[in-house]
Design a protein around this ligand. Structure first.
Ligand SMILES: *Cc1c(COP(=O)(O)O)cnc(C)c1O
Length: 235
């Protein structure tokens, strides 16, 4: 992928978001695009940053830490951890990231909070929910999410902002929307005046329009911006 191509593809993704938002009667400015840069070199991130992109998502703690360190001259960049969290990686994640979207169990939340470096703002957190109930997938089950929410709320270095999901892969817009609708319904059920859970992190390269229609406030888009990932560790 040439660096010019990244700016062009980013532009196309922004256009897709704006078009979907218009259709949904939503303000495109209420939807944050996270460029998922896992497996791609730091130069790709610089190219996207130069084209105005500020939010980036990474999945692998060690790979991300190296890139984040090498990009620390980019003022205003915001890093989102979106991958499965191994217990022995919480320290790196809590030290390097602004957001974590994939909190799915109390132990991980506790460690992220304890390991947040003193003097840094609270780590912004979404709870990952497995709305499709696939057994291979990470994420709390919908019926576990209320209890997890109460636990996460109690940790002082975490700021609980919403819910995230990775739906079951499907080309059907109807079933994409049903899954996103389920996340939103769960959020509506769990939210309180003092805990609005206003972030809905849902929608990727293949289903971002469906997610926008169902109220996504953060989209996590990789391939549509940076191209196909190598199979080896691309997922
Ligand atoms: C890789 C990944 C994405 C981006 O997926 P694309 O299909 O490349 O847009 C979004 N969310 C999560 C959690 C991911 O792991």
């Amino acid at each position: 992928m040439s660096l010019e191509a990244i700016a062009e593809r980013l532009h196309k993704v922004r256009h897709r978001i704006a078009t979907a938002a218009l259709l949904a009667g939503r303000d495109p400015g209420s939807i944050e695009l996270i460029a998922v840069s896992k497996t791609f070199p730091a130069a790709y991130i610089r190219a996207a940053f130069a084209a105005g992109q500020r939010h980036f998502g990474e999945n692998y703690a060690q790979e991300a830490a190296a890139k984040i360190a090498s990009l620390n001259d980019l003022n205003g960049i915001v890093w989102h951890f979106i991958g499965p969290i191994q217990g022995n990686k919480t320290r790196i994640i809590s030290e390097y990231f602004h957001w974590v979207h994939s909190v799915d169990r109390p132990k991980v939340a506790e460690r992220l909070s304890l390991q947040r470096p003193p003097g840094t703002p609270a780590l912004k957190v979404c709870l990952q929910v497995n709305v499709s109930g696939e057994s291979t997938k990470s994420g709390a089950l919908p019926e576990e999410t209320g209890a997890l929410m109460k636990t996460v709320e109690s940790f002082r270095n975490l700021e609980l902002l919403g819910l995230m999901t990775i739906p079951e892969m499907t080309q059907s817009a109807t079933s994409q929307r049903e899954q996103f609708k389920a996340l939103r319904a769960l959020r509506d059920e769990l939210r309180r005046a003092d805990l609005p859970l206003s972030t809905l992190s849902m929608g990727m390269s293949n289903d971002l329009e469906s997610a926008v229609m169902e109220g996504a406030t953060m989209l996590r888009v990789g391939r549509a911006i940076f191209g196909e990932r190598l199979q080896a560790n691309g997922r």
